[in-house]
Design a protein around this ligand. Structure first.
Ligand SMILES: Cc1cc2nc3c(=O)[nH]c(=O)nc-3n(C[C@H](O)[C@H](O)[C@H](O)COP(=O)(O)OP(=O)(O)OC[C@H]3O[C@@H](n4cnc5c(N)ncnc54)[C@H](O)[C@@H]3O)c2cc1C
Length: 460
């Protein structure tokens, strides 16, 4: 007898069949297949009727939608994470309950999934220029703290993980705005929950309202730059991902006579030239700070007494400069006085590497004496190696041997120094230095016809 199988529909291996594990699947009408669903899903229609918004759904609300024509399902048992101390089960979504301010970006939400060896948290920020320097992560004693800057807002993840991890990796996509935290499990076991949320977890508030967070960093090297300025290199602790965006600063905190003293500093790169030649980033575990020591200052004399191996507290980055401001520019003028040079260091590297329309970038650098000019040799070498770059040094107390520019910041000095490479070129002037210098400089620049959008001031 021939062994002819009985005709059956769907065919035995079809996705429309009851799965091997016995899970019931909804039979489709004859003539319909998974392709129909895929077509509907990719049609671009607003199938949820929510115009892309996320809403928080209570169990009671979910239970009401139980009809053939109005059927909601809960795919992975989402739980609200707004209150501290709740267990975070798989698929935790968030939603702000407060009415959104007009300019407030969408409250990020997150999800997580796991393999044998990793737990991946995905944070959906919808911020198109998201990058890993907007993400600061600290993992210590099983507590994971992740802070993401979205415009002027800060999104916080603060979780006591249910299991220990070995290390983690941060990936950010500028295209989708998604941030991935890939946690390497210490033991290859299945996590039933991510852990316990701690106070502040899943909050989305203005950067200025978020308390400053510090981690302990070790002084790993110290280099003389000139008679009063040193390059301090601080090593981030293990389990810390922190990158300072171009033009942003951090706060250093030390205890002096029992009082915590805090001052802002702008990290620089290890060197100007070598860095420009390197396409890769600096070693990301180190932060370099060029600090001028004031013998009668309240903070710097103390930091000057630190020995290699001593610790200071370093904050997460702060600042409002956006690199998008410079990337389309044709002329960039950097007006700096003394250690006001520090934000210009990374900015210079960034524009020379990234500003595709750049014709000219000029540093107009004010100091007292020749000995005060920071990284003069490197700046002069850069002028020789990159024709787009020019450095002009102006001294207020030069020696008799000085043949260069002399004086203080003035209208006439600037009018010559900040000449555009062509009429109506796209221009940005950045200025940094003591407050009096910034105020005067900004006034002169406005007097020379620069609009407010064409002037960026680096200050706290
Ligand atoms: C955003 C930002 C980034 C910065 N980045 C850097 C950096 O990268 N590198 C760097 O070296 N500095 C930087 N600074 C400056 C830094 O934060 C400190 O202000 C500086 O190091 C002085 O600290 P201090 O406490 O030792 O001195 P202070 O106690 O503040 O005194 C500094 C000097 O100024 C004099 N002085 C203080 N107040 C007055 C006053 N009212 N009138 C006249 N003189 C006064 C003091 O006698 C002393 O000589 C930055 C500042 C800001 C706002």
């Amino acid at each position: 007898m021939l062994n002819v199988p009985a005709p059956s529909f769907p065919v035995p291996s079809s996705q429309q069949r009851v799965s091997a594990g016995g899970r019931n699947k909804t039979p489709l009408k004859p003539g319909r297949s998974l392709m129909d669903w895929i077509k509907v899903k990719s049609s671009g229609k607003d199938l949820t009727g929510l115009k892309g918004r996320l809403i928080e759904v209570t169990e009671e609300e979910l239970a009401k939608h139980n009809k053939k024509t109005d059927c909601w399902i809960c795919i992975r048992g989402g739980k609200s994470t707004e209150n501290a101390g709740k267990e975070i089960l798989n698929g935790a979504f968030s939603n702000s309950k407060h009415p959104q301010e007009a300019d407030k970006p969408i409250h990020p939400r997150y999800d997580w999934f796991q393999t044998d060896s990793t737990v991946t948290m995905v944070i959906y920020t919808k911020q198109k220029d998201m990058s890993s320097d907007r993400v600061t992560v600290d993992y210590q004693e099983n507590i994971l703290r992740g802070e993401i800057t979205v415009g002027d807002y800060s999104y916080l993840l603060l979780i006591e993980l249910s299991h220990p991890i070995q290390n983690f990796e941060v990936n950010a996509s500028g295209r989708t705005g998604n941030v991935e935290l890939i946690l390497q499990k210490k033991d290859h076991n299945v996590w039933k929950s991510l852990g316990q949320s701690l106070e502040g977890h899943d909050t989305f508030i203005k950067n200025s309202q978020r308390g400053i967070y510090y981690r302990k960093c070790r002084l790993s090297s110290l280099t003389e730059i000139n008679h009063n300025t040193r390059l301090f290199c601080f090593e981030l602790p293990q389990g810390c991902h922190l990158q300072v965006p171009v033009g942003h600063h951090v706060y250093l905190k030390i205890t002096i006579s029992g009082i915590e003293v805090v001052k802002p500093y702008t990290p620089v790169s290890q060197a100007l030239i070598t860095d420009l030649l390197k396409s890769s980033q600096d070693n990301e575990q180190y932060l370099y700070m060029m600090i001028k020591i004031y013998p009668n200052g309240s903070f710097t004399p103390k930091i000057d007494t630190l020995a290699i191996g001593d610790y200071v507290f370093v904050s997460s980055p702060r600042g409002c400069f956006r690199t998008a401001q410079v990337e389309k520019m044709e002329d960039i003028f950097l007006v700096a006085a003394g250690t006001g040079f520090t934000p210009m260091v990374k900015l210079l590297r960034h524009v020379l590497n990234r500003a595709s329309n750049l014709r000219k970038v000029k540093l107009i650098f004010f100091n007292k004496t020749e000995n005060d000019i920071l990284w003069r040799e490197q700046l002069e070498n850069l002028c020789l190696t990159d024709k787009r770059f020019e450095a002009q040094f102006i001294l207020s107390e030069p020696s008799d041997l000085w043949t260069g520019y002399k004086g203080q910041i003035s209208h006439s000095l600037l009018s010559e120094a900040v000449a555009r490479s062509k009429k109506d070129s796209k221009v940005l002037t950045c200025i940094c230095g003591p407050n009096g210098f910034i105020d005067q400089g900004t006034r002169f620049l406005e007097g020379l016809g620069f609009s407010q959008e064409e002037i960026f001031v680096f200050r706290e």
